[in-house]
Design a protein around this ligand. Structure first.
Ligand code: VGL
Ligand code: ZN
Length: 201
């Protein structure tokens, strides 16, 4: 077992991000054996779940004429318009059936406000509205984080970057992550994480 002050954060291992899902990440389900093994090794285990209302503004089909994967300007900055995914309560929003969810201490849902997306497990995309995860981790005495999940270049990277900004020591297990890679976003995200002092393993 890892030291008491370490937490594993498993990002968005949901059906819609796995092959066959609405926003499938290539080989998204290939990370399951490693993620499940890691869930047995950390004293604090958190799962995140992308959880959108049907009228969420990150869905391209809520913007007449907009193409999926195009970028629009929101009050809080640029926002990619995604195919409709992870609608709360839908089969696509459920965790992948092979994920060992019983091992989790905490499940945090994000992206539940219609007007703002939330890639990060810590803050919504305005980078200031908290999800509450920081308080949970500090309350349990956590100082170091290991991240894994989907997608490397969006929810994993945003979570990792927010976590270092909050003062946590952060590592990402790249073998237990897969990326979307929109216009080179995977390499850009890895560069930003490295520059921020995040250990990419
Ligand atoms: C994600 C795009 C939209 C992710 C979530 O989990 O990386 N990406 N919503
Ligand atoms: Zn989403």
């Amino acid at each position: 077992m890892r030291p008491d002050d370490e937490a594993l954060i498993v990002i968005d291992v949901q059906n819609d991000f796995c092959p066959g899902g609405a926003l499938a990440v290539a080989e998204g389900d290939a990370i399951l054996p490693e993620v499940n093994a890691m869930l047995g090794q950390y004293p604090v285990r958190v799962l995140t779940q992308d959880w959108h209302p049907a009228d969420h503004t990150s869905f391209a089909d809520n913007h007449p004429g907009a193409a999926p994967f195009s970028v629009t300007a929101m009050a809080y900055g640029p926002q990619v318009l995604w195919p409709r995914h992870c609608v709360r309560g839908s089969a696509g929003a459920a965790f992948h059936p092979a994920l060992k969810t019983d091992a989790a201490d905490m499940v945090i849902r994000k992206g539940f406000r219609s007007q703002i997306d939330s890639y990060s497990a810590f803050f919504e995309n305005d980078r200031s509205t908290p999800t509450g995860l920081e308080g949970y981790l500090r309350g349990r005495g956590v100082r170091r984080l290991m991240l894994a999940g989907l997608a490397t270049d969006f929810c994993v990277a945003y979570s990792a970057l927010d976590a270092v900004r909050l003062g946590f020591e952060v590592a990402v297990r790249l073998g237990a992550c897969r990326g979307i890679d929109l216009d080179g976003s995977l390499e850009a995200a890895c560069d930003r994480m490295r520059a921020a002092g995040i250990l990419l393993l």
